[in-house]
Structure formats: structure tokens, C-alpha cells
Write a protein that binds this ligand. Sequence first.
Ligand code: GTP
Ligand code: MG
Length: 203
Amino acid sequence: MSEPITNPVFQRAAFLSAAPELAAAPEDSGYEVAFAGRSNAGKSSAINAICHQRGLARTSKTPGRTQQLIFFRLDDERRLVDLPGYGFAKVSLSIKQRWQQLMERYLERRASLKGLIVVMDIRHPMTDIDQQMIDWGVAAELPLLLLLTKADKLKRGAAASSLAQVRKAISNAPVPIQVLAFSSVSRIGLSQAQDQVSHWLGL
Ligand code: GTP
Ligand code: MG
């Protein structure tokens, strides 16, 4: 199988900064695309796959470790953002409230944010908290892509039925929402995801 032809700007992606609060984020100019999702869903792996880099965004088997906005620079005016994972059980209420406030502020106020990718495990998508994230994205009038990742773990029929279930769940949304089966391992959906990100970044 030949490698998809991607914009070389992805390969030049590099860590820029980590921000524990919105005030610490890089200047709000240019274009940004953010990745949200439950802890362990595969956000960091998706960023690495899209950028063709193994160790760009740190992946981990211990969910919910990073509670910061992680910014990756593609060029002077373009960034990808790895948002803190959600849905992990063993954290205090105050950490959950901090997370919620950080997310809401970021999604609502960040002018350079041009699109939101909600990463969900294709084997158990659309939990309550995923729905909440989608609702915030819709409220902030952001274009949305739901990335159903770890598709390599399902047979084709099961993946198709999960995709159909998610499409049905969002069919009443006030704006069209895209849904894509994806895998950082087998690269299912990778070129479509790259195309969407490139489009949002004005590439
Ligand atoms: P947090 O940063 O903790 O919120 O997690 P995350 O959403 O960034 O998940 P991460 O990318 O670290 O992946 C979590 C685990 O799932 C790791 O062990 C990855 O190797 C694995 N994983 C991620 N994507 C895929 C995929 O497409 N297929 C398979 N089989 N495993 C994956
Ligand atoms: Mg991560």
C-alpha cells in the first residue's frame, strides 16, 4: 500500500507549549484545530498519525494524566491542540470542574479555533460526556468531525454498524456533523481526516 500524499506541513509539526489555563495559551491568531475525547480514546495517537510522527503527542496507557491544552505548531499561523481527556473516574470534583471550565472557555472564546475533532473509541461511542462535548462544540458554532478510532479492533460489519449508530444519534443536530471511522494503527480514514484538518487550517 502506498503512503497517502500529505501536506508536508504536517511532518514539520513540533511541540509549541502546554497551557494549564486559557490565559497561558499562545496568541489567538491564525488557525487552530483541536482534538477532544475521553481519556484513552486515542487523541494523541490520532495527532501523531495525522502528522506522520511517532512521538509528537505523548500517548499513554494511564488515562487522564494531562490536564493541559497541548499546542503543536505546524507553521507561524497554524496549530493543532491536544485537549485534556475526560471521563476518567478517579479524579476529584474540583478537577472535573476545572476541566469543564477550561473546555467551555477554550471552545467559546478561542477565535483561531476553526474546527473540533471529537475522538471516540468506535467500540463504545457517544457516551454522555461525548454528547456534552458535541453540544459545546455546536453551541460555539464550530464545525465538528467525530473520529471513531480504533476501527482496526472491529470487523468491517461491526464498524459499519457503529458508524450508522453514531450518524443516527446526531441526525437531529442543528448543524451537519461529519463522522469517520479511523485507526491510528491501520490508517483507516487517515487521508480523509488529514483532508478535513487541512481544509480547516486553510491549507
Ligand atoms: P489521554 O491523553 O490519556 O486522554 O489519552 P488519548 O486519548 O490521548 O489516547 P492515546 O492516544 O494515548 O491512546 C490510548 C491507548 O490506545 C494507547 O495504548 C494507544 O496505543 C491505543 N490506541 C490509540 N489509537 C489506537 C488505534 O487506532 N488502534 C489501536 N488498536 N489502538 C490505539
Ligand atoms: Mg493524550
